[in-house]
Design a protein around this ligand. Structure first.
Ligand code: ADP
Ligand code: MG
Length: 247
């Protein structure tokens, strides 16, 4: 099995001269589910995008299993925050999953029998085979997330990046999706998930990266997810929550 550790050194990112991430040193462990946690605007999505080379103004060093991103790009799947997607695009579920196979095709080559077989298997894995012909605009949030995970599987990704996959999804779907993600981890995938709801953090993640522009803390959830660290990451907000509880 290849080493899928992600090593990040001195990562900084900015938008139009305004700092979003400041000098972050952290490693993401292979075959784990790592949560990126922090308040709104903390830079969680920016962190994920910077790892993918999608933030123009980024500095620092990022290494995927000893390699630069350009060497491993095909093996990284990214599901962006749903609010940033255009879901009116006319494409059916099978078409979306098949898109996952495109990075492995030669220029101009169309998906063939092998690629279609991968897409069918991926849909089965997430329990969405019966929806293959459905337009994506007709899916619930939970079904849509499952389809995007299937696309990542059809891609044969080793790294799976999900930005807020549980937002706007009912509890039953969330549970189902999480059990799929856990299965993927057990098969050796490395998962990185942006998450802002603090309730499920201990249940979901092996490791957490607590962010608020700077790295607040990172490591095993049992060591890092402490009141003190949360206070440092969330400041005011947590004190307000505590205040509300006491009333
Ligand atoms: P989070 O995902 O933790 O809510 P983001 O990474 O989306 O935070 O944003 C971090 C900061 O960068 C915020 O202040 C946000 O307004 C700013 N920002 C994010 N994307 C852009 C962009 N494309 N252009 C300018 N500013 C941005
Ligand atoms: Mg975000």
């Amino acid at each position: 099995m290849i080493d899928t550790t992600i090593k990040i050194q001195h990562l900084s990112a900015a938008y139009q001269g305004k700092t979003a991430l400041k000098d972050i040193d952290v490693a993401i462990k292979p075959q784990n589910i790592t949560g990126i946690i922090g308040p709104n605007g903390a830079g969680k999505s920016t962190f994920m995008k910077a790892l993918l080379g999608l933030v123009p103004n980024t500095s620092g060093e990022i290494v995927f299993g000893g390699k630069a991103i350009r060497e491993v790009r095909k093996k990284i799947a990214y599901v962006e925050q749903r609010s940033e997607l255009d879901l009116s695009f006319p494409i059916d579920v099978f078409g979306v999953v098949l898109l996952g196979t495109y990075p492995s095709l030669r220029l101009g080559q169309r998906p063939g029998k092998k690629e279609k077989e991968h897409a069918i298997q991926a849909l089965e894995k997430v329990g969405m085979s019966n929806y293959a012909k459905r337009q994506i605009s007709e899916l619930s949030g939970g079904q849509l997330q499952r389809v995007f995970i299937a696309r990542a599987l059809a891609q044969g990704a080793e790294w799976i990046f999900l930005d807020e996959p549980f937002v706007g999804i009912d509890a039953v779907s969330e549970k189902k999706i999480f059990s799929i993600l856990k299965e993927l981890k057990e098969e050796g995938k490395t998962l990185l998930i942006v998450h802002h709801d603090l309730h499920k953090v201990e249940a979901y993640f092996d490791e957490v990266i607590l962010l608020n522009q700077e790295l607040i803390a990172a490591g095993p959830v049992s060591e890092i997810f402490t009141a003190e660290n949360l206070q440092r990451a969330y400041g005011e907000i947590i004190s307000q929550l505590k205040g509300a509880e006491n009333k």
